[in-house]
Ligand binder design. Sequence first.
Ligand code: NAD
Length: 242
Amino acid sequence: MDSLPTSIVVLTGAGISAESGIETFRASDGLWANHPVEEVATPEGFAANPQIVYQFYNQRRRQLLSPEIRPNAAHSALAKFEHEFEGDFLLVTQNVDNLHERAGSRKLVHMHGELLKMRCLNSRLVYDIAEDIDFDTECKCCRSPGNLRPHIVWFGEMPFHMNQINRALESCDLFIAIGTSGNVYPASGFYQTAKIRRAYTVELNLDRTGSSFDQHVYGPATEVVPAFLDSILQRQGQRAHR
Ligand code: NAD
Protein backbone atom coordinates (compact mmCIF):
# COMPACT_ATOMS: atom_id res chain seq x y z
CA MET A 1 0.00 0.00 0.00
CA ASP A 2 1.63 3.26 -1.14
CA SER A 3 -0.70 5.88 0.35
CA LEU A 4 -1.12 6.44 4.08
CA PRO A 5 -4.28 4.66 5.33
CA THR A 6 -6.98 6.78 6.97
CA SER A 7 -9.08 4.05 8.57
CA ILE A 8 -7.77 0.69 9.78
CA VAL A 9 -9.42 -2.48 11.08
CA VAL A 10 -7.16 -5.10 12.67
CA LEU A 11 -8.42 -8.63 13.36
CA THR A 12 -6.40 -10.78 15.75
CA GLY A 13 -6.60 -14.50 16.44
CA ALA A 14 -5.04 -17.03 18.75
CA GLY A 15 -1.67 -16.75 16.93
CA ILE A 16 -0.96 -13.32 18.44
CA SER A 17 -1.08 -14.82 21.94
CA ALA A 18 0.92 -17.97 21.08
CA GLU A 19 4.26 -16.39 22.01
CA SER A 20 2.75 -15.33 25.35
CA GLY A 21 2.29 -19.03 26.12
CA ILE A 22 -1.41 -19.49 25.30
CA GLU A 23 -2.12 -22.43 22.99
CA THR A 24 -3.84 -21.78 19.68
CA PHE A 25 -6.92 -23.62 18.54
CA ARG A 26 -5.89 -26.37 16.12
CA ALA A 27 -8.68 -26.52 13.58
CA SER A 28 -7.09 -29.43 11.73
CA ASP A 29 -7.58 -31.83 14.62
CA GLY A 30 -10.52 -29.98 16.23
CA LEU A 31 -8.77 -29.63 19.59
CA TRP A 32 -8.50 -26.61 21.87
CA ALA A 33 -5.97 -27.24 24.67
CA ASN A 34 -6.42 -30.98 24.01
CA HIS A 35 -10.22 -30.90 24.33
CA PRO A 36 -12.62 -31.61 21.45
CA VAL A 37 -14.28 -28.29 20.57
CA GLU A 38 -17.74 -29.92 20.48
CA GLU A 39 -17.30 -30.75 24.17
CA VAL A 40 -16.12 -27.35 25.44
CA ALA A 41 -17.13 -24.76 22.84
CA THR A 42 -20.71 -25.52 21.81
CA PRO A 43 -24.09 -24.94 23.55
CA GLU A 44 -24.77 -28.68 23.09
CA GLY A 45 -21.54 -29.56 24.93
CA PHE A 46 -22.53 -27.28 27.83
CA ALA A 47 -26.05 -28.77 28.01
CA ALA A 48 -24.66 -32.33 27.95
CA ASN A 49 -21.91 -31.85 30.54
CA PRO A 50 -21.66 -28.39 32.12
CA GLN A 51 -19.10 -29.53 34.71
CA ILE A 52 -16.52 -30.35 31.99
CA VAL A 53 -17.15 -26.94 30.40
CA TYR A 54 -16.77 -25.10 33.74
CA GLN A 55 -13.53 -26.98 34.42
CA PHE A 56 -12.15 -26.20 30.97
CA TYR A 57 -12.74 -22.44 31.33
CA ASN A 58 -11.55 -22.50 34.97
CA GLN A 59 -8.24 -23.92 33.68
CA ARG A 60 -8.00 -21.36 30.87
CA ARG A 61 -8.77 -18.54 33.37
CA ARG A 62 -6.20 -19.81 35.90
CA GLN A 63 -3.59 -20.00 33.16
CA LEU A 64 -4.40 -16.47 31.94
CA LEU A 65 -4.06 -15.10 35.49
CA SER A 66 -0.77 -16.90 36.17
CA PRO A 67 2.35 -14.67 36.36
CA GLU A 68 4.00 -16.38 33.34
CA ILE A 69 1.33 -15.17 30.93
CA ARG A 70 2.03 -11.62 29.82
CA PRO A 71 1.33 -9.48 26.73
CA ASN A 72 4.07 -9.80 24.11
CA ALA A 73 5.69 -7.35 21.70
CA ALA A 74 2.86 -7.76 19.17
CA HIS A 75 0.17 -6.80 21.70
CA SER A 76 2.30 -3.83 22.81
CA ALA A 77 2.89 -2.68 19.23
CA LEU A 78 -0.87 -2.61 18.57
CA ALA A 79 -1.50 -0.60 21.75
CA LYS A 80 1.23 1.91 20.82
CA PHE A 81 -0.11 2.13 17.26
CA GLU A 82 -3.65 2.88 18.47
CA HIS A 83 -2.35 5.85 20.43
CA GLU A 84 -0.09 7.25 17.69
CA PHE A 85 -2.07 6.60 14.50
CA GLU A 86 -4.04 9.71 13.53
CA GLY A 87 -6.84 8.01 11.57
CA ASP A 88 -9.73 5.77 12.60
CA PHE A 89 -8.77 2.50 14.22
CA LEU A 90 -10.62 -0.56 15.51
CA LEU A 91 -9.03 -3.71 16.93
CA VAL A 92 -11.32 -6.74 16.68
CA THR A 93 -10.08 -9.78 18.54
CA GLN A 94 -11.33 -13.34 18.36
CA ASN A 95 -9.31 -14.02 21.48
CA VAL A 96 -10.94 -14.51 24.83
CA ASP A 97 -7.77 -13.63 26.76
CA ASN A 98 -7.19 -10.09 28.07
CA LEU A 99 -3.66 -9.56 26.72
CA HIS A 100 -4.64 -6.71 24.38
CA GLU A 101 -6.12 -4.62 27.18
CA ARG A 102 -3.21 -5.48 29.49
CA ALA A 103 -0.88 -4.12 26.80
CA GLY A 104 -2.90 -0.87 26.73
CA SER A 105 -5.35 -1.32 23.81
CA ARG A 106 -8.63 0.53 24.32
CA LYS A 107 -10.25 0.74 20.86
CA LEU A 108 -10.94 -2.96 21.12
CA VAL A 109 -13.89 -5.35 20.82
CA HIS A 110 -13.95 -9.01 21.85
CA MET A 111 -16.16 -10.65 19.21
CA HIS A 112 -15.95 -14.11 20.84
CA GLY A 113 -16.37 -12.98 24.45
CA GLU A 114 -13.99 -12.92 27.41
CA LEU A 115 -12.57 -15.53 29.75
CA LEU A 116 -12.80 -13.18 32.73
CA LYS A 117 -16.57 -12.74 32.38
CA MET A 118 -19.60 -14.89 33.15
CA ARG A 119 -23.22 -14.40 32.15
CA CYS A 120 -26.48 -15.15 33.96
CA LEU A 121 -28.66 -17.44 31.84
CA ASN A 122 -31.84 -15.79 33.22
CA SER A 123 -31.08 -12.07 33.26
CA ARG A 124 -28.23 -12.10 30.68
CA LEU A 125 -26.32 -9.76 33.03
CA VAL A 126 -22.55 -10.08 32.60
CA TYR A 127 -20.18 -10.32 35.60
CA ASP A 128 -16.43 -10.08 35.98
CA ILE A 129 -15.00 -13.32 37.30
CA ALA A 130 -11.47 -14.24 38.33
CA GLU A 131 -12.06 -17.33 40.47
CA ASP A 132 -13.18 -20.87 39.60
CA ILE A 133 -16.89 -21.48 39.21
CA ASP A 134 -18.96 -24.64 38.88
CA PHE A 135 -22.54 -25.84 38.75
CA ASP A 136 -23.04 -24.96 42.44
CA THR A 137 -21.79 -21.36 42.19
CA GLU A 138 -24.58 -18.90 43.02
CA CYS A 139 -25.35 -16.25 40.44
CA LYS A 140 -25.05 -12.71 41.84
CA CYS A 141 -28.44 -11.60 40.57
CA CYS A 142 -30.62 -14.73 40.91
CA ARG A 143 -28.83 -16.07 43.96
CA SER A 144 -29.45 -19.56 42.60
CA PRO A 145 -26.86 -22.12 41.49
CA GLY A 146 -26.49 -23.43 37.93
CA ASN A 147 -27.49 -20.17 36.25
CA LEU A 148 -24.04 -19.00 35.14
CA ARG A 149 -22.28 -19.72 31.86
CA PRO A 150 -18.95 -18.54 30.46
CA HIS A 151 -19.34 -15.26 28.51
CA ILE A 152 -17.84 -16.96 25.45
CA VAL A 153 -19.33 -17.17 21.97
CA TRP A 154 -19.51 -20.86 21.19
CA PHE A 155 -19.74 -22.47 17.76
CA GLY A 156 -23.23 -21.91 16.38
CA GLU A 157 -23.77 -18.68 18.39
CA MET A 158 -23.81 -15.10 17.10
CA PRO A 159 -20.57 -13.17 17.77
CA PHE A 160 -20.75 -9.89 19.70
CA HIS A 161 -20.40 -6.32 18.28
CA MET A 162 -21.17 -7.36 14.68
CA ASN A 163 -22.88 -4.05 13.75
CA GLN A 164 -19.90 -2.01 14.92
CA ILE A 165 -17.47 -4.40 13.20
CA ASN A 166 -19.33 -4.37 9.88
CA ARG A 167 -19.55 -0.55 9.91
CA ALA A 168 -15.78 -0.33 10.48
CA LEU A 169 -15.04 -2.95 7.77
CA GLU A 170 -17.20 -1.12 5.25
CA SER A 171 -15.38 2.17 5.76
CA CYS A 172 -11.77 1.05 6.30
CA ASP A 173 -9.04 1.41 3.67
CA LEU A 174 -6.65 -1.05 5.35
CA PHE A 175 -7.58 -4.41 6.89
CA ILE A 176 -4.92 -6.43 8.72
CA ALA A 177 -5.45 -10.01 9.93
CA ILE A 178 -2.92 -11.20 12.52
CA GLY A 179 -2.42 -14.79 13.70
CA THR A 180 -5.76 -16.15 12.60
CA SER A 181 -6.28 -19.33 10.57
CA GLY A 182 -9.39 -18.09 8.76
CA ASN A 183 -11.26 -21.23 9.78
CA VAL A 184 -13.82 -19.64 12.07
CA TYR A 185 -16.83 -17.90 10.48
CA PRO A 186 -17.74 -14.98 10.28
CA ALA A 187 -14.27 -13.57 11.07
CA SER A 188 -12.90 -15.59 8.14
CA GLY A 189 -14.97 -13.44 5.76
CA PHE A 190 -13.91 -10.02 7.10
CA TYR A 191 -11.13 -9.52 4.56
CA GLN A 192 -13.63 -10.07 1.76
CA THR A 193 -16.06 -7.49 3.19
CA ALA A 194 -13.17 -5.02 3.43
CA LYS A 195 -11.95 -5.88 -0.10
CA ILE A 196 -15.37 -5.32 -1.65
CA ARG A 197 -15.15 -1.77 -0.24
CA ARG A 198 -11.69 -1.47 -1.89
CA ALA A 199 -9.62 -1.74 1.28
CA TYR A 200 -6.06 -3.03 1.00
CA THR A 201 -5.82 -6.34 2.87
CA VAL A 202 -2.79 -7.73 4.68
CA GLU A 203 -2.15 -11.02 6.45
CA LEU A 204 0.52 -11.29 9.17
CA ASN A 205 0.92 -14.94 10.11
CA LEU A 206 3.49 -17.60 10.85
CA ASP A 207 2.29 -19.58 7.79
CA ARG A 208 0.18 -19.05 4.72
CA THR A 209 -3.53 -19.65 5.43
CA GLY A 210 -4.88 -19.95 1.90
CA SER A 211 -6.88 -16.71 1.95
CA SER A 212 -6.07 -14.27 -0.86
CA PHE A 213 -5.00 -11.08 0.85
CA ASP A 214 -3.28 -8.33 -1.17
CA GLN A 215 -0.14 -8.76 0.92
CA HIS A 216 1.17 -11.63 3.05
CA VAL A 217 3.93 -11.20 5.63
CA TYR A 218 5.14 -14.42 7.24
CA GLY A 219 6.90 -14.66 10.59
CA PRO A 220 6.27 -14.72 14.34
CA ALA A 221 3.82 -12.03 15.46
CA THR A 222 6.34 -10.52 17.90
CA GLU A 223 8.57 -9.66 14.91
CA VAL A 224 6.26 -8.95 11.98
CA VAL A 225 3.56 -6.97 13.82
CA PRO A 226 5.85 -4.27 15.32
CA ALA A 227 7.74 -3.93 12.01
CA PHE A 228 4.60 -3.60 9.89
CA LEU A 229 2.89 -1.09 12.20
CA ASP A 230 6.08 0.97 12.61
CA SER A 231 6.32 1.30 8.83
CA ILE A 232 2.88 2.98 8.79
CA LEU A 233 3.81 5.31 11.68
CA GLN A 234 7.04 6.23 9.89
CA ARG A 235 5.08 7.19 6.76
CA GLN A 236 2.72 9.23 8.94
CA GLY A 237 5.76 11.01 10.45
CA GLN A 238 7.29 11.69 7.03
CA ARG A 239 4.04 13.21 5.80
CA ALA A 240 3.88 15.50 8.85
CA HIS A 241 7.41 16.81 8.10
CA ARG A 242 6.74 17.55 4.45
P1 NAD B 1 -6.39 -20.66 15.18
O1 NAD B 1 -5.82 -21.36 16.36
O2 NAD B 1 -7.38 -21.37 14.34
O3 NAD B 1 -5.19 -20.22 14.24
C1 NAD B 1 -4.02 -19.65 14.77
C2 NAD B 1 -3.26 -19.00 13.64
O4 NAD B 1 -2.16 -18.32 14.21
C3 NAD B 1 -2.70 -20.00 12.61
O5 NAD B 1 -2.98 -19.52 11.30
C4 NAD B 1 -1.18 -20.00 12.90
O6 NAD B 1 -0.42 -20.16 11.71
C5 NAD B 1 -0.98 -18.62 13.48
N1 NAD B 1 0.12 -18.51 14.42
C6 NAD B 1 0.53 -19.42 15.34
N2 NAD B 1 1.57 -18.94 16.04
C7 NAD B 1 1.84 -17.70 15.53
C8 NAD B 1 2.79 -16.70 15.84
N3 NAD B 1 3.72 -16.85 16.81
N4 NAD B 1 2.80 -15.55 15.13
C9 NAD B 1 1.88 -15.36 14.13
N5 NAD B 1 0.93 -16.28 13.80
C10 NAD B 1 0.91 -17.42 14.50
O7 NAD B 1 -6.92 -19.28 15.74
P2 NAD B 1 -8.17 -18.39 15.37
O8 NAD B 1 -8.22 -18.18 13.91
O9 NAD B 1 -8.08 -17.22 16.30
O10 NAD B 1 -9.45 -19.25 15.79
C11 NAD B 1 -9.47 -19.89 17.06
C12 NAD B 1 -10.72 -19.71 17.89
O11 NAD B 1 -10.47 -20.27 19.18
C13 NAD B 1 -11.05 -18.25 18.13
O12 NAD B 1 -12.40 -18.12 17.92
C14 NAD B 1 -10.74 -17.97 19.60
O13 NAD B 1 -11.84 -17.41 20.26
C15 NAD B 1 -10.49 -19.32 20.23
N6 NAD B 1 -9.18 -19.34 20.96
C16 NAD B 1 -8.75 -18.23 21.65
C17 NAD B 1 -7.51 -18.25 22.30
C18 NAD B 1 -7.08 -17.01 23.06
O14 NAD B 1 -7.92 -16.26 23.54
N7 NAD B 1 -5.77 -16.73 23.17
C19 NAD B 1 -6.70 -19.37 22.22
C20 NAD B 1 -7.17 -20.49 21.51
C21 NAD B 1 -8.41 -20.46 20.88
